[in-house]
Each structure stands twice: as C-alpha cells, then as structure tokens.
Design a protein around this ligand. Structure first.
Ligand SMILES: Nc1ncnc2c1ncn2[C@@H]1O[C@H](COP(=O)(O)OP(=O)(O)OP(=O)(O)O)[C@@H](O)[C@H]1O
Length: 253
C-alpha cells in the first residue's frame, strides 16, 4: 500500500514572552515521526497541551516546523509549495459554525475555494460546487442559503464539502466531531467512512473521544508533552496499553 504521508523527526518550539525579561520555551513537538497510508485513519490522542493541534497546524502549513521533514506521496513539502499541497491536505475545524462566514452564501463560499485554488471556468466551478454538496448529502438549492439557516450537523456537512471540494487525499479532523451530539456525530462518521471507501481518503483524527478513535482509526499515536509515548494498531493499543499515560487517558489508572 502506498505511503501518503511520511513525517520524520518533526520539531516545533514556541517562545512565550513573560514581561520584559523572561522568555518561556515550549517544546510543542519533539522528534515526531509516523506514516499514514492512503485509505487509512491515524488517530492522535493526548491530553490538553500535548501538541496535537500544533502537529495538525504544521501539517497544513499554518505553523512552520523548526526541524524535520514532511513527505506527501514521496515528495518533500516546504512552505514555498504550500499552496500546491493544500489541495492534498485539508483541515476540518472543530467548530463548523465559526469556521463559516455568516454573511456569505454557501454556493459563493465553495466557489471562492475553487476560484482561489483551481483554473476551472465558471461552468466547471458550478458543477463542482453542486457535486460536492451532493457528496455530503446536501441539496442543490442550498447554494443560496446562509450558514445560520442550517443545523449544526448540516453546518459540519458544509465544512466537509468545503474540505472535499479540491479532492484532497488527506483530511485532518481536529476535534471536528466533538461539538456534535451523538446522533449527528454518528451520521457524520458514517459519511466519512463512506467517503473513505469511495475515494480512498486518509484521515488524521485528533480526538479525546477514545470510543470514536476505536471506531474509526486503524492506527493510533499517543502524545504527551510534545512527544510520542506510544503508538500501534488502535485495537491493540487500546486493549493492551503499555504506557502509563495511555492507561491514564483510558481511565485505567
Ligand atoms: N501560538 C502559540 N504560542 C505559544 N505557545 C503555544 C502556541 N500554540 C500552542 N502553544 C503551546 O504548545 C503546547 C501544545 O499545544 P497544542 O495546542 O498543540 O496542544 P493540544 O494537544 O492540541 O491541546 P488541546 O487538546 O487543548 O487542543 C501547549 O503547551 C500550548 O500552550
């Protein structure tokens, strides 16, 4: 199976200024390495502040790593070619409502993504917008709706349509399903699994919800203080956790 994402020895340090003289150094990522294959889901778990979101931000180019290498489909990714690889990796945010512009119709929002990142003409853009709405179970007439006219579950579907419209290979789900109630979450999870089967999409799932991690991920990485403390096939890792921190996350110690 092809390796879609290969991360090697990734490091990221933040510097926080306290008053005039004191500077705090926070090692948010220390020597992180992993691989993710097409069509698979990798979960990143860890307590607050362990570095999960920093990892996601580095992968989508919001933050720049200090050291390490990211390879996508075998090619090294750098900040200078970020625009090229933002087609390949897309980010689904936690709070869909806040991530959507309240004063922009859904159709215009999706068209803007295509206008910014593709060379499609008007007609092709219109077709692509309708296709991506259908893909997530929304209807053609929704192009004229504003975000507030949708339920929380539908807003997450719109965010998903926006993430999928450039036909990415990898979707980062950063606590993206946390705010949904269990019924809506189940619907979106089923949709994500269907899309994964149809399109061979890979997911990087960042979640504190271990039941969800168990349900949808193949492989799991446990982070603590910016380091990977344990990793392995999800089922094995969650049934036989080796590291004390994993057991703590599972409420076993
Ligand atoms: N922009 C920033 N400037 C300074 N420090 C930061 C910044 N972003 C994150 N940090 C620090 O880096 C560390 C890792 O944060 P990060 O948000 O990646 O953790 P997380 O595991 O995603 O936490 P959560 O589950 O709460 O989202 C934390 O100590 C955090 O305070």
């Amino acid at each position: 199976m092809s390796c879609l994402l290969e991360v090697t020895a990734l490091c990221k340090t933040y510097r926080k200024q306290h008053g005039l003289f004191r500077q705090e150094t926070i090692k948010a990522l220390e020597n992180i390495s992993f691989q993710l294959h097409a069509g698979k889901t990798l979960a990143i778990v860890g307590e607050t502040g362990s570095g999960k979101s920093t990892l996601a931000k580095v992968l989508v180019g919001i933050e720049q790593p200090d050291q390490g290498e990211i390879r996508l489909a075998g090619k090294v990714v750098t900040m200078t070619n970020y625009r090229k690889y933002n087609h390949v990796i897309r980010y689904l945010f936690q709070d869909a409502e806040r991530a959507l512009n309240p004063s922009q119709k859904i159709g215009d929002m999706l068209t803007d993504v295509l206008r910014f990142s593709t060379v499609l003409d008007n007609l092709q853009r219109q077709q692509k917008v309708l296709e991506s709405l259908q893909q997530v179970g929304l209807m053609d007439e929704h192009i004229d709706f504003y975000p507030h006219m949708f339920s929380a579950g539908q807003q997450q579907r719109i965010a998903l349509a926006r993430a999928l419209i450039l036909d990415p290979k990898l979707l980062i789900l950063d606590e993206a399903l946390t705010v949904l109630d269990p019924t809506l979450r189940a619907q979106i999870v089923n949709l994500l699994l269907e899309l994964q089967q149809q399109k061979g999409l890979a997911y990087l799932l960042i979640s504190k919800n271990l039941r969800l991690v168990r349900h949808i991920s193949d492989h799991c990485i446990v982070m603590q203080h910016g380091q990977v403390v344990e990793s392995g096939p999800t089922e094995q890792l969650l049934t036989q956790p080796q590291h004390a921190h994993t057991r703590k996350l599972m409420g076993m110690s």
